[in-house]
Design a protein around this ligand. Sequence first.
Ligand SMILES: [Ca+2]
Length: 195
Amino acid sequence: MIKRLLTLSAIAFAALPGVAHACTQPETSQPFALLADTADYWLAPGGSFESNSAAWTLTKAAPVDDNEPYFVHGKGDKQALAIQPGGQAVSPAFCVDSRNPTLRLFARKSGLLGGLKLDLLYTNSDGRYSERTTGYLLQSGLTGWTPSPLIDLAAAMPPGQMAKGDMTVRLRFSAGLESGGWAIDDVYVDPFKFD
Ligand SMILES: [Ca+2]
């Protein structure tokens, strides 16, 4: 029965005009349910920063013995990523399509000033490398680990490119020189928000 349903679903999907959902979506969970956000998310590659997870490309940044206090990825998790002032962290590449409109994570800043910038890095369909800034994480005061607001990933994706289907992106978090540095953990992508 399950196989039959999946097959029918695929046929219905293919018959929808103008819909390009090309990525294979990883397994999802509801990591922010404790925070009244019951949306399904999947973990960005290496997004828990545990020792066995995919490596990010780091400049003045490193995994540290820490974890966001909700342990939404795993109760035994032990590491977060610290980004020093002027440092940056670039995720491994992953596939997004129009079903991946938002991103959410935990962040903690270590100084009173400065934000954490998030850019989307990708290669256009014509082979041109591009970057788009999705925004800045800001925290008023030193509030410790804080869940981020929903970050609008779709707004940073080029509409023409998304109309063709999927695209491969990397996330880049950059701490300003004026900041006291940041830590991030449990970076999740929402795959079904508008389905
Ligand atoms: Ca972690």
